[in-house]
Design a protein around this ligand. Sequence first.
Ligand code: ZN
Length: 408
Amino acid sequence: MIDTPLNLREVGRLRVLEALHHVGRSSRSQLTRLTGLSRATVSSIVADLLSAGLIEEAPDTSEPEGRPTGRPAQPLTLIPSAAYAVGADIGHQQVRVAVCDLNGDPIWDTVVAGDTDRAPRETLDLTADLIQQAIREKDIALGDVLGLGVDIATPVRTADGALEAHGIMPGWVGVRPGRELEERTGLTAQVANDADAGALAERLYGAGRGTSDMIYIRLSTGIGAGIVSGGRPLTGVGGLAGEIGHVVSDPRGGICRCGNRGCLGTVAGPAAIARLLEQSWGRRVTVPDLLRLIDEGDRGAVRALEDAAEHIGIVLADLVTLLNPELIVVGGDLAAAGPLLFAPLERAIRRYALAPAAEAVTVVPGELRDQAEVRGAAGMVLAHAPRILADRLAAAERGGDHHPVTTE
Ligand SMILES: [Zn+2]
């Protein structure tokens, strides 16, 4: 990002871009109201942005509103393909890269499996290769990429983006994936924990739209939560907030990879449920096997799932009492289990949370499924799209352009 202060006209342009980014299609008169700028200033900024190829007049549609100038109230929108953000989701066993347009819709999305936990360097190389492959295959000019958002399945230290990976992702302790990927790709990078990215995506594009107090819980290889409180992500001083998978659920339970005993993840994670079945059946049960068995109504698998859901619900009940959220969005592999998961989980919340807080909360499945994290990673960059675009236009006009916004 370029840090030169914007002059008045450039600030006006930023406000118009922000209004179009947040509200979507808006007429010139709506933009006048939303930005507080004069009608003449809005018209002239709109003309600028049209000729820069950043916005377009939408074909349409709705009832003509007040037309003091006699012009039709033509709605304007950002052109989705005017710029892009790249998201990279680094999980325990896979890397996923997606390129999203200005609306946050993925136009390229690929997953590659690998043992990422123990191989940071190889994983970072693979991620960079996938990013370059995406940009090449979609024929995108590097200057049209606003930046790279990275999410990873371990806490990220807020201060410097280094990983707090002790026991969670062995081999990644102290690694700064943002800086590593900046060096490999030339893109400016931001890093977040995977559940925080999932929470952002569900809030921007999925089940949490319009909510300012929600918990996104991700039931995958690990269990994690992304918390949004008062409209802001809750990360804590060191980036550890929301590590619900390491809340103690059974003090005499098994040793967790974090070094504590009986963490929720060891009792109720998909891998823990599969392990329970392995012990009694004497054969390997993968998470996809588990989901298939549940789907087929296998009694042992269903019982193990229901017990796990109750454990998760008891921990969520405490979070509901403490945080009083409006919504809990359940994502990750296990969410596919449907009512067999949701019914015992909700029953535990109703039973153990403070009654008015339990009544205030709704539990829903995520809408973005396995794309939530990668879209949230790109969404971190897109949240700054108006400012990045305004900075690049200003830089282009001043002749010191590093990143042309449009390529002729
Ligand atoms: Zn733990």
